[in-house]
Design a protein around this ligand. Structure first.
Ligand code: G6P
Length: 366
């Protein structure tokens, strides 16, 4: 089948817009009508696992970092995450009862494949989450969970990222259920939040205009800092990565609480700071870090929901309002403004959105 832009200016814009649909696809493949999580084949027996090692590169590695919060907080399984290029050479000891989990859009990334082979050599159970089911990584795994995102053409990954997150979240729920870490009520709440995800993502996409306005402002910046706490910390990394990949603006991500240990020295009126802060249990903490930025004339773009903005938007440079969502699923929703912010900044700068310089969609050599 020929893939075209379906009326969009770029593949990236098309792929961002496709997310409610493809996330719905991913959900329907892994969730029954009665809200059971279904894994292919024999599935995974999480009662036999004490630890998960997750390995990936680029955007997929940020999906892993996000999933670490889910596996640890919801399923109570310790998780180690590493980028494949480091993992493969640091000769990590891998205790028994470890699940090795590899995430890759293409399933062909050379470093990720080498990391997988290292774990194979240590007789680990190998699980992979991929977009291309006939890929090398899928073939060499004991079990593969496809993400059903469809072909992704834009070099900067968007819909594959949110589908990876969706599948990883369902896997964490399954693990939590098997290990008795969740009450039936809490499980049912997560399932119903998941079912609502496509429509919440749709509502986020409708904020396109607001996000474009904020991107206009960002497009003049030399450097941008992204801040988040908890599950929003990996998202801050992904947002910074998206911006540098396609707009070539230098961007960094920091855990909000680390601001005072270094990056606060960079803050002045030329330094836009994007704060990812849904109105959740960590909101007040993040906002107090944001106020430290504003006290030093830093320009803040606050991404939050109506409650958060009502409480904390005074004096900020720009706001982007997201719908409300369950605390656990926050990162999947906040991927949308992160992607659109990078996209519109790149469009404003006139860079090549779908084929950014020096980058490849899939890196099959070391
Ligand atoms: C390249 C791409 C990134 C991607 C990374 C990992 O760097 O430009 O968008 O996240 O590879 O790719 P994979 O196919 O393993 O997810």
């Amino acid at each position: 089948t020929r893939i075209d832009k379906a009326g969009h200016k770029h593949f990236m814009a098309k792929e961002i817009a496709e997310q409610p649909g493809v996330i719905g696809q991913a959900l329907s493949h892994y969730m029954s009508d009665t809200g059971e999580i279904l894994l292919p084949g024999e599935g995974v027996d999480f009662t036999q696992i004490d630890r998960i090692t997750m390995v990936a590169c680029g955007t997929a590695a940020y999906a892993c970092l996000t999933a670490k919060y889910w596996f640890e907080q919801i399923a109570r399984i310790p998780v180690e995450v590493d980028v494949a290029s480091e993992f493969r050479y640091r000769e990590p000891p891998i205790p028994g009862r470890t699940l090795a989990l590899f995430v890759s859009q293409s399933g062909e990334t050379a470093d990720t494949l080498a990391a997988l082979r290292y774990c194979e050599g240590k007789a680990q159970t190998i699980l992979s989450v991929v977009n291309v089911p006939e890929s090398s990584i899928a073939r060499e795994s004991d079990l593969t969970l496809p993400i059903y995102a469809g072909v992704e053409v834009g070099v900067a990954s968007t819909k594959a990222f949110t589908c990876q997150l969706t599948v990883l979240f369902m896997l964490a729920l399954k693990a939590a259920q098997q290990r008795g870490a969740l009450s039936d009520e809490a499980f049912a709440d997560h399932v119903s939040a998941l079912r609502g995800l496509p429509s919440v993502i749709n509502a986020a996409l409708e904020k396109n205009g607001e996000i474009r306005d904020a991107a206009q402002k960002l497009s003049h910046a030399q450097d941008v800092l992204f801040l988040g706490r908890g599950r929003m910390f990996p998202m801050a990394h992904e947002a910074a990565l998206k911006l540098k990949e396609i707009s070539y603006i230098h961007a960094e991500a920091y855990a909000s609480g680390e601001l005072k240990h270094g990056p606060i020295a960079l803050i002045d009126e030329n330094m836009p700071v994007v704060v990812l802060a849904p109105y959740d249990t960590l909101f007040d903490k993040t906002v107090s870090n944001m106020q430290e930025v504003m006290a030093r004339k830093g320009k803040v773009i606050l991404i939050s929901d109506s409650e958060g903005l009502a409480e904390a938007s005074e004096g900020v440079w720009a706001t982007i309002e997201m719908p409300r969502i369950s605390e656990a699923l926050g990162p999947i929703l906040y991927a949308i403004p992160s992607q659109l912010l990078a996209y519109h900044t790149a469009v404003a700068k006139g860079t090549d959105v779908d084929q950014p310089r020096n980058l490849a969609k899939s890196v099959t050599v070391e």
